[in-house]
Design a binder for this molecule. Structure first.
Ligand code: FOL
Length: 182
């Protein structure tokens, strides 16, 4: 069982390495958000869903109208939150969540969707096999950043359903990258 305990990271990162500012995304890129929605939602089997695993601040950053993220099992990692809406799972630690989610045959893929604390755990965890990183070709004022990771541990790869080349939405250029752990 433990050999199937794998998961991926998905993040959008600015040129200066940022992922957030004052509890929000530093940018508004509709098509990029649609990519996040598609990648985290789509499954290969019927009757299953993916899980999106996030820290407390990321949970609280999702607009009310989109929260919990639909069509996905929402999992919040927090030692301080007391309650989450019905159907949302709450665990004190990432490892606790992973152990329990892997036992559930109705869950297909596990996605860590932020923020910096969970991203940092994930890039240093051998069970995290892939990083889906959107590189946004602009600098933004940010107060949270994607962690530095050992580039020698990863190589760029291509992936079905991930568009290649430079993308652009309302004047902002970005590129979808996928890295797999070596
Ligand atoms: N990864 C990528 N590639 N882009 C992101 O914007 C991103 N954001 C987070 C984590 N990984 C990411 C965390 N922040 C929503 C809001 C904030 C957020 C993640 C998701 C959200 O409201 N999502 C809805 C939007 C649907 C839509 O506009 O199409 C969803 O259903 O996914």
């Amino acid at each position: 069982p433990t050999e199937n305990m794998v998961y991926s990271v998905i993040a959008a990162v600015s040129k200066n390495g940022g992922i957030g500012y004052k509890g929000d995304l530093p940018w508004k890129i509709k098509k990029e958000m649609e990519y996040f929605n598609l990648m985290t939602t789509q499954v290969n089997r019927k009757g299953v869903q993916n899980a999106v695993i996030m820290g407390r601040c990321t949970w609280q950053s999702i607009p009310d109208k989109y929260r919990p993220l639909k069509g996905r099992i929402n999992v919040v990692i927090s030692k301080t939150l007391n309650s989450v809406p019905e159907g949302v799972l709450l665990y004190p630690k990432l490892e606790d969540a992973l152990k329990s989610l892997y036992l559930n045959d109705n869950i297909e893929k596990l996605w860590v969707i932020g923020g910096s604390g969970l991203y940092n755990e994930a890039v240093n965890d051998k069970k995290c096999k892939k990083l889906f990183i959107t590189k946004i070709d602009q600098e933004y004022l940010c107060d949270t950043f994607f962690p530095d990771f050992d580039t020698k541990e990863f190589e760029e790869t291509s992936e079905a359903n991930v568009p290649k080349g430079i993308q652009e939405d309302n004047g902002i250029k970005y590129e979808f990258k996928v890295f797999k752990r070596l």
